[in-house]
Design a protein around this ligand. Structure first.
Ligand SMILES: C[S@@+](CC[C@H](N)C(=O)[O-])C[C@H]1O[C@@H](n2cnc3c(N)ncnc32)[C@H](O)[C@@H]1O
Length: 419
């Protein structure tokens, strides 16, 4: 339902108000931006205004520590962390310093968000920062809690990871038919970094791209396409995609000839999985169930466990993950319980791949180290996209890798076989 806006409202204010609501939902309610955005954006009529609102929220979250430093440098008294004026200033400065929008438009659309509030203060701080010629650093400063964790986990990669976060990522597509890679790379004007992969520099409306309607491809970061690649061709054998929705990996497995059972606990997310299957013309048996109490009717030749995790590896496209507080102890307990159950569902000779889109070693490397129910089957360089190499027999990527080609999400995958 469209939210009514005052008839005399300055054009552009609804997009900024939406950005403010999204920021509030992420920072003060702990919601994922993916969840907060759709209801807020539905109220905005024009597609370009919706895209602008999202970009403002994302850039504010990506550069928040640096925007806050500029705000604090221009105020006599430190504004409370949860003050509305601080959030409005974050949005205004993100528009000036990241989206290069003109100052007068930013002021005209930003100050109405503070009706009855400290508008003069906001105007003064915004003018002081922009007139001083202040710039953002080359790479975003990570929020202190994240920086402290990754300094321990990735002491040598931290600078590259932060640099990899500086820009929103390009758009990666996975093709239904990898034999058509050169064809689709040319048709869409993209670059391919692996068979069945095409990277586009700028997205625009995804639905308008050639091949979307007939399901010739689906959106999937290059890193996220690796775990299913590690299972190879299915040749009609049975695969279980455990934690499958919204289904990027289900589509890959079905396209690679696996007879797929796709299980997920979320009915809402499995609806999207079913839509994605329909669009691509691929098939899978879709099961809505909790992996912790479901029992299969038969063993599987392959299981892909794409476990729920902190999702910190997706921070380039989802900078909100940097500001939410994942309960790592709870998540790692869930992941290892799922791994243990999955191991019992494999047929002899079957393969298990465990994957997480996380930069937390507890969810990746340490989880694999602790798992001893199956025999490790090391990942080889030939199985990975060009420019990536296995680490201790596992696949590990981070946002600082493949930087010349546009980067890659942080991901971890390990593989075992049942002897
Ligand atoms: C990382 S996402 C999966 C992404 C998906 N594999 C893809 O490629 O599109 C993790 C999924 O785990 C599901 N999940 C979380 N807890 C679960 C449980 N106990 N049983 C089954 N699915 C669960 C969530 O609903 C979510 O869809």
């Amino acid at each position: 339902m469209a939210r009514s806006t005052p008839a005399d409202e300055v054009p552009g204010v609804p997009a900024r108000r939406a950005a403010l609501r999204m920021l509030d939902a992420v920072l003060h309610r702990g919601d994922p931006l993916d969840q907060a955005a759709p209801p807020v954006l539905r109220a905005i009529e024009r597609g370009d205004d919706r895209a602008l609102a999202l970009a403002i929220a994302q850039e504010s979250l990506r550069w928040m520590a640096d925007l806050d430093a500029l705000i604090d440098g221009a105020t006599k008294q430190v504004l409370p962390e949860d003050a509305k004026v601080r959030s409005v200033l974050r949005l205004m400065l993100a528009q000036a310093l990241r989206l290069n929008l003109p100052g007068h438009a930013i002021v005209a659309t930003g100050l109405p968000l503070l009706v009855g509030g400290p508008r003069r203060l906001a105007h003064g701080v915004f003018s002081a920062v922009t007139k001083s010629g202040a710039k953002l650093p080359e790479a975003p400063t990570l929020p202190p809690a994240v920086a402290a964790r990754w300094q321990v986990a990735w002491p040598e990669r931290l600078g590259a990871i932060a640099q990899g976060l500086a820009e929103p990522p390009p758009l990666d597509l996975t093709l239904r038919d990898p034999a058509q890679t050169a064809h689709w790379a040319e048709r869409l004007g993209g670059q391919s970094l692996a068979p069945g992969h095409v990277r586009l520099a700028r997205a625009g409306a995804i639905e308008a791209l050639e091949g979307f309607r007939e399901g010739a491809w689906w959106v999937q970061d290059l890193a996220a396409s690796v775990p299913a690649r590690l299972l190879g061709e299915g040749k009609g054998r049975r695969a279980l995609d455990l934690c499958a929705a919204p289904g990027g990996k289900t589509l890959q497995l079905a396209a690679a000839g696996w007879q797929v059972t796709a299980l997920d606990k979320s009915a809402r997310r499995t609806e999207r999985l079913a839509e994605n299957l329909k669009r691509s013309g691929l098939t899978a048996q879709v099961v809505v169930a909790d992996a912790l109490n479901w029992q299969p009717e038969h063993p599987f030749d392959a299981i892909l466990l794409d476990a729920p995790c902190s999702a910190t590896g997706t921070c380039r496209r989802h900078p909100d993950v940097l500001h939410r507080h994942a309960n790592l102890a709870e998540l790692t307990a869930l992941q290892s319980a799922m791994l243990d159950r999955a191991a019992t569902w494999l047929a002899p000779g079957g393969t298990l791949v465990y994957a997480v889109c996380s930069l937390e070693r507890e969810e990746g490397e340490l989880q694999a180290l602790a798992f001893d129910k199956l025999t490790p089957a090391p990942v080889t360089e030939a199985e990975l996209p060009d420019g990536l190499t296995p680490t201790n027999g596992h696949f590990r990527s981070d946002p600082g890798m493949l930087s010349a080609a546009g980067g890659i999400d942080g991901f971890f995958a390990a593989r075992w076989v049942k002897g």
